[in-house]
Design a binder for this molecule. Structure first.
Ligand code: NOJ
Length: 552
């Protein structure tokens, strides 16, 4: 990647950001109705600032029947009354701004809720101005039961609407009719939605389901993706706010990613790195890092101002659909051995801590990787304290339980008798043991460990900005990465295996008299031949800066 000049580092704020994804509904309830709200989130922004988060990604908080966690929107220009009002939203934005924290919100416009007034009007009459905003067929299309995103749960992609007397297309659940995003009026409305939230201060959008958003839809239509649509959205976005960004949810093979970024970087600035995510879990499960190395190399190419977002778990299943069958089975065997832990024939519906057996060494390894793989890291709410999951909840809800703040009833999330989802109270991950209050006061807690790592990560912009290479070291299962930018270098080592490893670093690989350990008093001195020998314990990790370059 060609380096950009130093002065633009602050303009391209997203490159060295720490993103934290949360659902207002599950964060903190201040009015006692059992549902998280915006005043609650506003109150906890100080906590997030303390953790070192620089950008909050809010999952949908718009009016919605909430049958898909808010990804079924019934009004794009409002706040769900359970969370507050637009006025309270502005209070929240103001507090975030005062703390220097950016906010991005979900843009879910490939489909609406079937309760959306547009769909309600469209279904009632062929003459409705909204009829063509959706995708209809008078007869049942041949492929009516193909292309489901939620196999096993979703039965079809074309459903007969009894009111319209026609079939409508829905890529996701049947209560999420797809918008015809190639209709000029729909496109104009999408820009209006973008403009609305920008005007209220957001720094950008996480764009839902981008491959489906941009493809042509219809009975008998062979879908074609219109990537230039992304260019149009990006241009509009930056006319309205020059430093705003679009972050794509697009689980596509690496060789397609440049179409989303645009050859000249004229489309989306950021994409979630699904190829690396899947191979990272494969490496954590098996100690075999080769597929991960290949995924890193395959996602190396991107325009200079574009950026990958790395993540561990999200609010969805851990999607392993792009691994080979044999690889996926090995990840299942390690992290989701029983069927109830798996979902949609391709993924895992558990949180990170239970997948890793709550083993602190492996949790640290996973987070250390999150912070040091090339790109911007994204944390899922609750993972910073090792939140568990609740497999008795359906589908992906298992990993969407409320935040645990204290050992008080309902984990301090709410004073209500019944909460939006039950707070975890099992003997290992229950709020009585796993909560912010107790971890905050324990210097050795995962939370305080995380805060220190985030602080150090923010001081290592070469990870987000620099050139990198993978060193071929003599220790199997050890990933050694070297970052370099503007005269500063970083070496990071991760041992994916349960065995101690000795890593020899030859002067032909890197020249440094002294490697300064950034996380502990454990520097490495080169021997007379200029060689470093680093011993790693099981699941160990080290971050080194080259002495000649260390400022402190
Ligand atoms: C992707 C979101 O992450 C997921 O939670 C949702 O169900 C679908 N898009 C549909 O909006």
């Amino acid at each position: 990647m060609k380096e950009l000049d130093a002065p633009v580092m602050d303009d391209l704020w997203y490159k060295n950001a720490i993103i934290y994804c949360l659902d207002v509904e599950k964060y903190l309830d201040t009015d006692g109705d059992g549902v998280g709200d915006l005043p609650g989130l506003t109150e906890r922004l100080d906590y997030l600032a303390g953790l070192g988060v620089t950008c909050v990604w809010l999952q949908p908080f718009y009016p919605s029947p909430n049958r898909d966690n808010g990804y079924d929107v019934s009004d794009y220009y409002g706040v769900h009354p359970k969370h507050g009002t637009l006025g309270v939203y502005v209070d929240f934005m103001n507090h975030a701004q005062q703390l220097g924290m950016r906010v991005i919100v979900d843009l879910v416009v490939s489909h609406t809720s079937d309760r959306h007034p547009w769909f309600q009007s469209a279904r009632r009459s062929p003459d409705s101005p909204y009829r063509d905003w959706y995708v209809w067929s008078k007869t049942r299309p041949k492929n009516w039961n193909k292309g489901m995103v939620f196999p096993g749960v979703q039965k079809e992609t074309w459903t007969l609407d009894p009111v319209a007397g026609e079939y409508y297309f829905h890529r996701f659940y049947r209560f999420q009719p797809d918008l015809d995003t190639h209709h000029p009026a729909v496109r104009r409305e999408i820009l209006r939605i973008i403009g609305f939230w920008l005007q209220l201060g957001v720094s950008g959008f996480r764009m839902d389901a981008v491959p489906f958003l941009i493809e042509t839809k219809g009975a008998g239509v062979t879908p074609v993706k219109d990537f230039e649509m992304l260019h149009g959205m990006r241009t509009f976005l930056q006319w309205r706010r020059r430093d705003a960004i679009l972050l794509a949810e697009a689980n596509v093979p690496p060789d397609e990613s440049m179409k989303y970024f645009g050859e000249l970087g004229e489309r989306l600035q950021m994409m979630l790195n699904f190829p690396v995510n899947q191979r990272l879990f494969y490496a954590l499960a098996t100690g075999d890092i080769k597929p991960l190395v290949r995924a890193l190399e395959a996602t190396r190419e991107r325009p200079p101002a574009a950026q990958w977002v790395n993540f561990l778990r999200s609010h969805d299943e851990l999607d392993l659909g792009r691994l080979t069958d044999a690889q996926r089975q090995r990840v299942f065997a390690a992290f989701a051995p029983s069927k109830e832990m798996q979902l949609y024939d391709r993924g895992i519906r558990r949180r990170l801590a239970p997948m890793l057996d709550n083993d602190r060494r492996r949790l640290e390894l996973a987070f250390s990787l999150l912070f040091t793989l090339p790109g911007t890291p994204m944390l899922q709410y609750g993972d910073e304290i090792g939140l568990g999951d609740d497999l008795s909840l359906p589908e992906r809800e298992s990993a969407r339980t409320p935040m645990q703040w204290s050992p008080d009833p309902n984990g301090g999330f709410s004073t209500a008798k019944k909460t939006v989802r039950p707070v975890i109270s099992d003997p290992i991950y229950g709020y009585q043991r796993v909560n912010v209050d107790m971890q905050r006061r324990d210097p050795e807690s995962l939370l305080n460990w995380m805060e220190r790592k985030i602080r150090m990560r923010r001081e290592c912009p070469e990870i987000s900005w620099g050139n990198w290479r993978i060193l071929d070291v003599d220790a199997p299962g050890v990933l050694a990465m070297h970052y370099h930018r503007a005269g500063r270098s970083l070496l990071v080592l991760h041992n994916f295996t349960p065995k101690p490893r000795v890593v020899h670093l030859r002067p032909s690989d890197l020249r440094a008299r002294r490697l300064v350990d950034l996380l502990a008093l454990n520097d490495s001195e080169a021997d007379e031949a200029g060689r470093h020998t680093v011993r790693l314990q099981a699941y160990d990790y080290r971050w080194f800066r080259f002495r000649e370059e260390a400022r402190s």
